[in-house]
Design a protein around this ligand. Structure first.
Ligand code: COA
Length: 167
């Protein structure tokens, strides 16, 4: 995938009940770190049934095919705050600004919905996530010690980040 392909033909659309298997397949391909948990199609069905939960898919050209799923995000909004629960880009499409596109879409939508802030947690060792969210203006507001468990049962800290939308 070239940078030009990443820049063109991209669209972000809401994901719904017909996308659960695609979301689960994307999740399995994207969340491969030792601290990541498995999510099935049923996990996505359950979260999307919660009030305020929403998912989007980023589609684009890949290997000559249009409208291939390249990434996704799951959010939940409660009152005037939004949480980014999951956000990911396919490993073979990373480093080309697609994570920024997804993050920017969520920020725009939250602003349009008059949300006050966006929160998220990521593993402290997840440098790509830290850089992505810092670049989007998120600030670290806390550390949750031993929040995740590695597959070998080691504890992993989580970083809590917040983007203020009131300014
Ligand atoms: C985090 C993730 C979404 C980034 O997606 P991406 O499409 O590669 O991100 P972008 O190309 O838009 O890059 C955004 C920023 O992150 C930085 N970045 C991305 N990957 C990086 C890496 N492996 N190491 C260091 N910085 C990285 C980029 O340099 C860029 O920063 P800059 O604007 O200061 O140059 C992707 O790595 C991913 O899907 N990871 C697995 C799932 C995950 O951990 N999600 C986050 C927690 S929910």
């Amino acid at each position: 995938m070239t940078g030009d392909q990443a820049a063109g033909n991209l669209q972000i659309r809401p994901a719904g009940p017909f996308d659960l298997e695609i979301l689960a397949a994307l999740h399995a391909a994207c969340f491969t770190a030792a601290w990541d948990q498995a999510w099935t199609a049923n996990s996505f069905a359950e979260i999307l049934a919660m009030p305020g939960a929403a998912a989007v898919m980023l589609l684009g050209k890949l290997h000559g095919r249009d409208d291939e799923p390249l990434g996704f995000a799951v959010t939940r909004s409660v009152l005037d705050e939004t949480e980014i629960i999951l956000l990911a880009v396919r490993p073979d499409c990373r480093g080309r600004g697609l994570g920024q596109r997804l993050t920017g879409h969520i920020v725009e939508r939250a602003r349009a919905g008059r949300q006050q802030a966006i929160f998220l947690e990521h593993a402290a060792r997840n440098i790509a996530a830290a850089r992505l969210y810092q670049a989007a203006g998120f600030k670290q507001i806390g550390i949750r010690r031993n929040y995740y468990r590695n597959r070998n049962n080691d504890a992993v800290d989580a970083v809590v980040m917040r983007l203020d939308l009131t300014q």
